[in-house]
Design a protein around this ligand. Structure first.
Ligand SMILES: [Zn+2]
Length: 106
């Protein structure tokens, strides 16, 4: 079943893994001389945040934006596009792939 919350539309561009990603996040913490204290606020990231595949056998590292299906479709060489068919999970990703594949036929 595809992700439909935090990771909707995100997969590893190398292995297709989508269970979890490792993301360097932005988070406010209280820092005193004794160390840090997490105040439980929001955890934030953006397309430029460093990101690694959660599959320990892969661990491909790039940015969050590079793990977005639409970005993967636009950056993949046309000859490698058919390999994405079995990896992409969302309708938006598959539509973008279909659009690029049709473009090749013209
Ligand atoms: Zn991976």
């Amino acid at each position: 079943m595809p992700n439909d919350n935090c990771l909707a539309g995100f997969i590893c561009p190398k292995c297709g893994y989508d269970t979890d990603l490792r993301i360097e996040v932005l988070r406010w913490v209280r820092v005193s001389d004794d160390g840090t204290e997490d105040e439980g606020g929001d955890t934030e990231w953006n397309d430029k945040s460093p990101c690694a595949c959660g599959n320990p056998d892969c661990a491909y590292t790039a940015t969050v934006g590079d793990f977005n299906e639409l970005s993967i479709v636009s950056k993949t060489k046309k000859t490698d596009l058919p390999k994405l068919l079995s990896k992409l999970k969302t309708d938006a990703g598959l539509e973008a792939l279909e659009h690029r594949l049709k473009g090749r036929a013209r």
